[in-house]
Design a protein. Structure first.
Ligand SMILES: Cc1cc2nc3c(=O)[nH]c(=O)nc-3n(C[C@H](O)[C@H](O)[C@H](O)COP(=O)(O)OP(=O)(O)OC[C@H]3O[C@@H](n4cnc5c(N)ncnc54)[C@H](O)[C@@H]3O)c2cc1C
Length: 500
């Protein structure tokens, strides 16, 4: 159906209609648009984006050194070769997406400064209505669409997560969260303490180390890091041979995926040896005298949290050079001058950075209503982690947590387009996932099991997420290696998808 613009009778608001409404113009939303154009060329669509530009995560985060922590051969799209080094800066990722918008003629479909506030499904009209306002809360608009494709990411973009540390108000200097980094923050010659030791801390510490008087990474417990050169031998060799970029991209993707599969397998089956290797990697940079046992020997199994790559060992080099240090302790209280630790030591600081993570947001902080009933997303069962029981005509992109996010976004996009074409073939306007009689006794399991992956932002908010079951198609395995075969071959008439 083509775009229709009309005036709402009740509010004299403009109402625009599209076949598909995409929320978010990050890497997943742009991927959704690409797949729609390729696989469902007759469908009209729009991308509604809250921010002033595209890129999502890579636009939001502006802290020093911001870069990917997985390689761009797999974080980039299958269909758009990556030609740089494996780990890329936010700017390089935005340039890549910028090229995509031009090459695929997607730019004209994006509406910036459009924040979706409510999503209402009407079974009678067989469509969604989205209430949308400008980011500043400005004029409200209305969009209707047959299918809603949620590409809103997994965390709240407006602000990061900062725990309520005791005595924060006492500290005299700035307390900064990396997600809302002040552009004018002057840290030259200053003492900086970074709370946290995840990928963000590991990125910003080496980027700031040379400029600060000193920078300290304060962690409650150690994290695994994977020190690797920021180059890929296979890519370098193929590039030297002038092999077409498309081939190089695909070959290197397959090589990286195989390597990661082996690491994942070992993290379950051979975790002690893998742990020893990762720790030995840190030791090689830090030297024999460094207390690796205290600061870089985690208690959890490798891969239970994302394994952050440290390109060229930059974090360790900063520590070895004495520009950065690491303290493993607990925060007793903030003080006027810094942070008092449980051990009794006080860390002096001019600036404190809270690299303490995200606020998980399941559905872009949008209020959903289905036929007059407010939706509690946590009541729903995830159907292949893409659709949800009781929610008609809606798909959601939740990518991989270990493998690059985009590997799953690509797969979800293929699935959604196949579903849309299947609906068209059947003459169906509505598809709603529903438990079969035999599924009704399923145990309700968390969408991501703690023993599988236990990043803090997930553990804190798992209760707002939908649940998974113990049988297909209600399992959300987070396993690329099984889903790569299962999702493209999924039976769309297995009795769990009710067409109308
Ligand atoms: C610092 C950092 C580094 C990361 N590095 C990696 C990495 O190396 N590899 C990896 O696999 N993953 C990484 N991730 C995870 C990363 O978020 C995803 O991989 C990926 O960028 C998510 O893309 P997305 O398009 O799904 O969501 P996002 O990038 O979160 O984009 C979602 C977009 O939707 C918009 N939006 C949300 N709600 C609404 C609404 N109600 N109305 C309108 N618009 C809305 C947002 O403004 C945003 O632009 C990283 C995350 C962070 C924060």
């Amino acid at each position: 159906m083509n775009v229709a613009v009309e005036m709402s009778e009740s509010t004299s608001q403009t109402v625009e209609h599209f076949d598909v409404l995409i929320v978010g113009a990050g890497i997943s939303g742009i991927d959704a648009a690409y797949h729609l154009q390729q696989q469902c060329p007759a469908k009209s669509f729009v991308l509604l984006e809250n921010q002033e530009s595209f890129g999502g995560t890579w636009l939001t985060h502006k802290f020093p050194g911001i870069r990917s922590d997985s390689d761009l051969f797999t974080f980039g799209y299958k269909w758009k070769p990556w030609s740089g080094p494996p780990i890329a800066t936010a700017e390089e990722i935005l340039n890549y997406l910028d090229e995509v918008l031009d090459e695929q003629d997607i730019r004209r479909h994006i509406r910036y400064l459009h924040q979706v506030r409510t999503a209402t499904w009407s079974g009678e009209d067989k469509c969604w209505t989205l209430e949308v306002t400008g980011a500043d809360g400005g004029e409200s608009r209305r969009f209707t669409g047959n299918f809603l494709w949620m590409c809103q990411g997994y965390y709240r973009h407006s602000e990061g997560y900062t725990p309520d540390f005791p005595g924060m108000e006492r500290f005299q200097g700035p307390i900064v969260h990396p997600q809302t980094w002040p552009e004018d923050l002057d840290y030259k010659g200053k003492q900086v303490v970074v709370i946290g030791s995840g990928a963000t801390a590991a990125t910003l510490i080496p980027a700031m180390a040379g400029d600060c008087a000193h920078i300290t990474m304060l962690q409650r417990s150690p994290t695994f890091f994977y020190a690797r050169p920021n180059s890929n031998e296979v890519a370098d060799m193929l590039r030297q041979l002038d092999i077409p970029e498309e081939w190089t991209h695909e070959i290197v993707r397959q090589q990286i995926l195989k390597d990661q599969q082996e690491i994942t397998r070992r993290s379950f089956e051979d975790s002690d040896a893998l742990k020893d290797e990762l720790i030995a990697g840190a030791k090689a940079y830090l030297g024999e005298d460094f207390d690796v046992d205290t600061h870089f020997t985690p208690s959890y199994r490798p891969w239970r949290q994302r394994l952050a790559i440290v390109p060229d060992g930059d974090l360790f080099k900063g520590i070895r050079a004495g520009q950065a240090s690491v303290v493993t302790d607990q925060i007793e209280t903030f003080t006027e001058r810094g942070i008092l630790l449980t051990s009794g030591r006080e860390l002096e600081a001019d600036i404190i950075v809270t690299a303490t993570g995200f606020n998980l947001s399941a559905l872009g902080d949008i209020d959903f209503t289905i036929d007059g009933e407010p939706l509690n997303f946590a009541d729903c069962w995830a159907h292949r982690g893409i659709l949800f029981s009781g929610i008609p005509n809606m798909a959601w992109v939740f990518g991989y947590l270990r493998t690059s996010w985009t590997m799953r976004a690509d797969m979800v996009a293929g699935f959604v387009c196949r579903l849309l074409n299947h609906m068209a073939e059947k003459g169906a306007d509505v598809v709603t996932p529903q438990l079969r009689e035999a599924d009704k006794d399923m145990p309700a399991l968390p969408l991501v099991a703690d023993e599988n992956f236990n990043a803090g932002y997930l553990v804190r908010k798992m209760h707002i997420m939908p649940k998974q079951g113990d049988r297909e198609p209600w399992i959300f395995s987070q396993d690329y290696y099984s889903e790569k075969d299962e999702i493209p071959a999924a039976d769309l008439d297995d009795g769990t998808l009710i067409y109308r």
